[in-house]
Design a protein around this ligand. Structure first.
Ligand SMILES: [Zn+2]
Length: 144
């Protein structure tokens, strides 16, 4: 048995998409490996939110079916249940709204990464590079 292969993530690879001279860029230029890491973080989060939203949509479909099957005339007797349902629906709506916005940010970040790589990881306000530590937490961040 030979040695385990060196993980590719830690192999320094020159970034062909970053033509700027290192003397002009700030001290830390994102490596190709870091970029790959952020790409997989974005795709992971994208999957997670897509699954969450489709679960939510499927759940709502079932509830609609139940409502249609139920007797509408008995609804006033279930005001308490209805209130709880409404609160839950409002919570869900807030969650769906927030996750949908994040999903749009993720798609925008992937679009930058693939089509405008020179813009990815650059602060929209200051034009400076967003610290990798911040991008690792929020890979779709637009500002530093
Ligand atoms: Zn900034």
């Amino acid at each position: 048995m030979g040695q385990a292969p060196v993980p590719a993530l830690f192999t320094p690879v020159p970034a062909p998409l970053s033509p700027r001279s290192p003397t002009l860029a700030s001290c830390v230029v994102m490596t190709q490996a870091q970029r790959k890491h952020l790409e997989s973080r974005l795709l992971q989060e994208r999957d997670r939110i897509n699954q969450l939203l489709s679960r939510y949509a499927a759940q709502n479909e079932n509830e609609d079916d139940q409502d249609q099957a139920g007797d509408l005339t008995k609804m006033p007797l279930h005001m308490a249940d209805q209130g709880t349902d409404t609160m839950q629906q409002e919570l869900d709506a807030v969650m769906v709204d927030r996750e949908s916005k994040t999903l749009a940010e993720i798609d925008a970040a992937l679009e930058r990464m693939y089509n405008h790589p020179e813009q990815f990881g650059i602060c929209e306000n200051s034009g400076k590079e967003i610290p990798f530590a911040r991008l690792d937490i929020v890979p779709w961040a637009r500002t530093c």
